[in-house]
Design a binder for this molecule. Structure first.
Ligand code: ZN
Ligand code: ZN
Length: 160
């Protein structure tokens, strides 16, 4: 005779189904069907960051490609942004937003540490290249550095 279990949320209900993630028994009312099997309501509702690593190789390749594109296109864009004085911060915010969204979509909207790193690095590259001569000559372009940080943070936040 199969061992009967009791739903961990409804101890008075017998069941033979258990959560694919935590293994706790769940009754028919509690079970949530997911791509990877039946889960308890808690595991089915895990936050985004718990799904990190769900990116498939093709999505990873696309993310990297999107990141390379962002870094390349970013050079003239950031150069232009730097010419616009007080708009630099605002436009950097927009650029970071766009870049982060792009990388996030390229990765199949999986987000996670990988996508966040790719967009962060991709956005940082053009800023670094354009700021390097000034930094090396001992200058401290405060607004532009702040703009770079803002763009990178926005990009990372948007591809999480
Ligand atoms: Zn579970
Ligand atoms: Zn239940």
């Amino acid at each position: 005779m199969p061992r009967t279990m009791r739903c961990y949320r409804h101890p008075n209900r017998e069941t033979r189904v258990s959560c694919a993630t935590c293994g706790r028994p769940i009754c028919t009312e509690c079970m949530v069907p997911t791509d990877v099997g039946i889960k308890c309501p808690e595991d089915a509702k895990l936050p985004r960051r718990a799904r990190v690593g769900a990116m498939r190789p093709r999505q990873l390749a696309k993310s990297l490609l999107a990141g390379a594109g962002v870094a390349l296109v970013g050079l003239p864009v950031v150069y232009a942004i730097f010419q616009l004085g007080f708009l630099t911060l605002l436009l950097s915010l927009a650029a970071g937003y766009g870049a982060g969204t792009l990388v996030h979509r390229a990765g199949g909207r999986n987000g996670g540490a990988v996508a966040m790193t790719i967009s962060g690095v991709a956005v940082a590259i053009p800023y670094l290249i354009l700021l390097l001569p000034e930094l090396l000559s001992g200058g401290l372009p405060a607004i532009r550095l702040a703009a770079a940080a803002l763009a990178v943070l926005t990009a990372v936040y948007n591809s999480r």
